[in-house]
Design a protein. Structure first.
Length: 331
């Protein structure tokens, strides 16, 4: 694993390189940012850089023993903790901690990578805190999380936080192409991913992508419909637990596109450029104020869905922003 294998977030790579090259590496890091933007991959690339025997051009060599072990997922001085059934509990953490005090087998660094660190239980977080306060020499913690606010302040204060941002659409497309995923579906998945290569890959494997045009066209038709089709549409979004998250990404993409169209942005700025004509007709029908209301409804739900993941409430509010349908003309 090398920095060259990580797409985007070049500013993070530079921070990590400088810390390693100057031999001023904090013992505890927290990589924060949206899901799927490469935080865990960057952590592994950073550790590879630290333990590489022959760094070249600001990156690990990729061929020495340590690099080969990292690539194979067999580096003996790396431990990775991930949630089981939604949580990282005390027992796995207690099993990991004593190994940090043993001499490094490959060295010079040992690392404990805690993935989705926000899922640490209070007992596990408190147990980690004791070692974070007095870490062994040449031991590094990397906590990876999209939700640092869910961690105790005492843990946050012991870590050097590095924020990750979403990738540009072109970077996501390049990532997909490097994995053999090309064509219009790859571009659509990248546009809908909110700058997350991981989410784009998931979208490509989701049946929802094949439904995109039909689903979004149905939504755009709601501007001219009465209450019954709107209620039926809202019911449909939350009917499948496996597909709801991807459907809500489609809803978000169209809400953002309507707002962009209302603001007069060009078709190139739309996530769903192939539906540009229908999106602009919809935006003209609802008007800029209601377009803002739709986007706000989505953003409010997005900000609270970790705690209140009620899709139907979000859809009801978003559809309430639509104007009343035109009156039926009777002959």
């Amino acid at each position: 694993m090398r920095f060259a294998d990580v797409v985007g977030n070049e500013h993070v790579k530079e921070v990590l390189r400088r810390a390693a090259d100057r031999d001023r590496v904090p013992h505890a890091w927290m990589f924060t940012g949206p899901d799927g933007v490469g935080k865990r991959t960057m952590a592994l690339a950073f550790l590879s850089y630290l333990v590489c025997r022959d760094r070249r051009d600001g990156d690990s060599c990729g061929v020495c023993r340590s690099c080969n072990q990292m690539t194979a997922g067999a580096f003996a001085d790396l431990q990775v903790l991930s949630p089981e059934k939604g949580y990282i509990k005390l027992e796995p953490l207690k099993e990991s901690m004593p190994r940090l005090f043993y001499p490094a087998l490959t060295g010079p660094w040992k690392c404990l990578l805690i993935d989705d660190a926000h899922t640490l239980t209070n007992e596990a977080a408190n147990a980690a805190l004791k070692t974070l306060e007095e870490p062994p020499s040449m031991v590094m913690f990397v906590l990876v999380t999209p939700s640092p606010d869910l961690l105790p302040r005492t843990v946050l204060s012991r870590c050097f936080e590095v924020p990750f941002g979403p990738l540009a659409n072109d970077e996501v497309v390049a990532f997909l192409e490097s994995r053999g995923r090309t064509g219009s579906d790859a571009w659509s998945a990248a546009s809908l991913s909110r700058g997350s290569p991981g989410r784009a890959l998931q979208f490509l494997d989701s049946p929802v992508l094949a439904q995109r045009t039909e689903f979004l066209t149905s939504f755009l038709d709601l501007a001219e419909s009465d209450a019954d089709p709107r209620l039926k549409f809202a019911d449909g979004v939350g009917s499948s637990k496996d597909e709801t998250a991807d459907l809500m990404l489609l809803v978000e993409s169209i809400a953002r596109d309507v707002l962009r169209a209302s603001a007069g942005l060009s078709d190139d700025m739309l996530s769903n450029r192939d539906l540009a004509y229908a999106i602009r007709a919809f935006a003209d029908r609802v008007g800029p104020d209601r377009a803002v209301d739709m986007a706000t409804a989505w953003l409010d739900w997005d900000a609270t869905r970790r705690f209140v993941p009620n899709v139907r409430t979000a859809m009801d509010r978003l559809l309430q922003a639509l104007p009343n349908p035109p009156p039926t003309v009777r002959g």
